[in-house]
Design a protein around this ligand. Structure first.
Ligand code: ACO
Length: 344
């Protein structure tokens, strides 16, 4: 901070990193203790496996590991940062904010940090927020992390939710640049009328935990999957079209769609409505399930690892989730980012 940011109003993504726990649970593993099957889960969701945190993993440690990898690629020291934003719905504690634990674990001495809770679209909200600080000229280097340790919030006896989620973290570094790149346009939305469709009933102030709430299994996430499915299938293509339009682009201009990885059928429906061919849509839900706020940054990292993101590419990130909430952003990669190939 305090450095000259004149004409440096674009937040270039210069580093990225992910952390996923080693332990994997297959659909067959679930079929051993709840009434479900590999066939049902694959057909209805596309999920085959999910990564599940070890006892030694915490939300903060997973976020820190992804953040370290992103900083290393960007060639920045933790103390070079102006800000750390952590998007999550599964922090180590309700208080303190997990972003402060991450700041300390990174060794980012006295760097500002805050946590955003916007469910699955949290990372996109955080990316857009980071972009605002850079566009305003007030900051140069920002670390944005999406992380979830959601499997500790699941009712392992509830087949409606247990099979859907996984744990992990992903991070990006945004650096001020004078090149036109980074977040080119965005959409943020919320419809709180639907707040009950995905809810963790007990644990907040509306319903503090008691012996009774524990016995009623209210300390776990509940979901009305059908309603969320309908909402997501409608909202994802709308949000993509709106962000692309705001960027002054057409859908043909997009090189890759990086949708929230909740359900392959939702992604396919959104891609179909947006008339995007499958080679322009990234999908890894089969490997991770729904990692909520971590899903888009993990997918972004894997798309790079798979050689599907190039210098100068125009991406659209889009997510939906509890709230109900949604967000999309058109993101342009820089033309000189180390670690990205040229588009041939
Ligand atoms: N195995 C076998 N059967 C199951 C399972 C399971 N794991 N889960 C549900 N079923 C049953 C249901 O009980 C139901 O049985 P019934 O007809 O006897 O009542 C039947 O399968 C059909 O249920 P539907 O809800 O109609 O199944 P659907 O095809 O809609 O798939 C699913 C359910 C996968 C949950 C889907 O609705 C979905 O993906 N919804 C969106 C969820 C989502 O994306 N959430 C993201 C946001 S989460 C966040 O923000 C933290």
């Amino acid at each position: 901070m305090g450095q000259n940011t004149k004409n440096m109003h674009y937040g270039k993504i210069t580093g990225w990193g992910k952390y996923v726990p080693e332990k994997v649970m297959s659909n067959e593993d679930f079929a051993a203790f709840i009434d479900t099957s590999d066939e049902w889960i694959v057909q209805r969701t596309g999920i085959r496996r999910r990564h599940v945190a070890a006892e030694t993993d915490q939300c903060s440690t997973m976020a820190t590991e992804a953040g370290k990898r992103a900083l290393s690629l960007a060639g920045l020291a933790p103390t070079d940062l102006d800000l750390i934003i952590v998007a999550t719905s599964s922090p180590d504690y309700l208080t303190p904010p997990v972003s402060s634990q991450v700041q300390a674990q990174l060794g980012a001495h006295n760097v500002g940090a805050f946590t955003m809770s916007v469910a699955c679209p949290g990372f996109v909200y955080a990316l857009i927020t980071a972009h605002q600080f850079i566009a305003a000229g007030s900051m140069r280097n920002i670390l944005v992390i999406g992380v979830e340790l959601i499997t500790r919030m699941l009712d392992w006896e509830d087949r409606n939710t247990a099979v859907l989620f996984g744990d992990g973290a992903g991070a990006v570094v945004l650096q001020a640049s004078d090149e036109v790149c980074g977040v080119r346009s965005f959409v943020m939305g919320s419809d709180g009328e639907g707040y009950q469709h995905i809810i963790h009933p007990s644990g907040g102030t509306a319903c503090p935990p008691t012996t009774e709430t524990l016995a009623n299994r209210e300390g776990y996430i509940k979901m009305n999957g059908r309603e969320v499915f309908k909402f997501a299938s409608r909202k994802m293509p709308e949000a993509v079209a709106a962000a692309v339009h705001k960027a002054g682009m057409t859908l043909d201009d997009l090189d890759l769609l990086i949708p929230h990885q909740a359900n392959a059928r939702i992604i396919e429906a959104a891609a179909h409505m947006a008339k995007l061919p499958s080679e322009k849509v990234f999908m890894n839900v089969h490997e991770y399930g729904n990692t909520s706020a971590a899903s888009i940054p993990i997918a972004f990292c894997e798309a790079i690892e798979a050689g599907r993101i190039h210098r100068g590419d125009k991406l659209c990130m889009v997510a939906f989730g509890a709230g109900l909430t949604w967000a999309s952003a058109v993101v342009q990669m820089g033309s000189d980012v180390a670690g990205l190939p040229e588009r041939s």
